[in-house]
Design a protein around this ligand. Sequence first.
Ligand code: AMP
Length: 535
Amino acid sequence: MLGHMMQQELMISDLLTHAEKAHGSREIVSREADGTAHRYTWAECAARAKQLANALLAAGVKPGDRVATIAWNTYRHIEIYYAVSGIGAIVHTINPRLDPKQVSWMMDHAEDCHVLFDTTFAPIVAAVREQCPAVKSWIALCDTSKLPQDAGELIAYEEFIAAQSDEFEWPRFDENTACTLCYTSGTTGNPKGVLYSHRSTVLHAWCGSTRDALGIGAVDSILAVVPMFHVSAWGLIYAAAMVGAKLVMPGANLDGENLANMINKEKVTLMAGVPTVWLGVLQHCRANKVSLPSVQGAIVGGSALPESLLRAYEEELDIPMRQAWGMTETSPIGVVNAPLPAHDALPGDELVKVKLLQGRRIFGVQMRILDDDGKQLPEDGEVSGHLQVRGPWVASGYFKGAGADAFTDDGWFNTGDVAAIHPDGYMEITDRSKDVIKSGGEWISSIDVENAACNHPDVAMAACIGVPHPKWDERPLLIVQPVPGKKPPKEEVFACIAEKCAKWWVPEDMVYEEVLPIGPTGKILKRELKDKYNN
Ligand code: AMP
């Protein structure tokens, strides 16, 4: 017997309509390229998204067409998110930190028909447009007066939408229709496209809003540092509309000083980004004796949260940090580190240990760990294995059938991460499968060694890689980015590691790099370091 409940498809446009009707006066504040603040409301955003929808239809965009963006986190990018998916087309977000060759490869692979880009990315457009003859129009996110001169024939976004009506009835269609295409960073081989659906996006936003995930509501002012060109800014654009939160969009300038200024001016309550961003904000706050009194929490993900960063935020800035783990393929929320009642009574240092785990099971994402032979391993917090996940916002395959071997016959996605699962549901990443260091047949977790090294006050960042060794196959090498002006002695850094890790995990040697190479999604480029230090 079927229930007698309304069958209503989950549509991204409903999020915007809800924000417009229920929270129409709540603000979206964006930093423009010239440093000025642009302010408007969810109601104005909805009106302009409707103008854009009308403009896209007039330009011949059809359901299923791919419309690319190369853009920072700003109000216009939000309008594009909602308008493109709202008419049944697909937003293809392109990471501008990629090499132009990779960008043109992706545009070709995605068969993008229109490209909307921030004027700061005109050089990328100039470099790729010859290779992308299928693109029908290149639209610069500005008004006519600010059109870049050196990127070929362009249309100004403001002109593109100006004559269009702000009346539009969002169509309803199958909730499984694709809405967004985001390519993984692809350190080996070509990048692979992950194609989200309306259903997966709305469910993910719902989950993200809950108290033990991002924990947001209408009273929040959310700083979305995590870029809209990488996994839809962790779904914040959708979750904020769902709950009616204020959005603070930092645009191009992501240095510590600019972010701290925006946080204080816009009374940010929650901020989300990768550890390197929070390191920049911390250094600015320390150097200038700045505090961030409005902030009630920071979500940190994308790579492991170092203990030193967690302690600095909680002890110096009084800002609780909540770690999250996820991937492009998981929309991205996979686990989030929210406390359990049992943690109330834990002494400080024990609580820190819990907070350094990647996060706890949330409803919607199932996890399991397997050994090399595919046998499921116990969830005892001791053994680690290959982490597999499944759920309604986890990819079931890649765009155009790429990378099929990442998906198992029984319906799981192989994350490529190595993890332990604790009996109380917390998941602990010990490594990426490809970064784990195999010394004498045993595994060394590069993440644990890096975290321990960062406990030295003069270590800003650390990367631990495996280098060939005649006896042990591989041994760890530590590469350290010192705090500017400091040079932490090897013995002291190794003592920090010995304090937290097994003795044989202490690296063979340590070298200094003034600045560690950071990849397009904010992670340390270990591949580059491995190539450099392989001998
Ligand atoms: P991407 O798909 O580019 O977002 O990268 C996803 C990968 O980033 C994951 O598979 C992990 O290896 C890594 N990652 C994300 N969040 C964390 C975290 N909190 N701790 C450790 N690694 C993480």
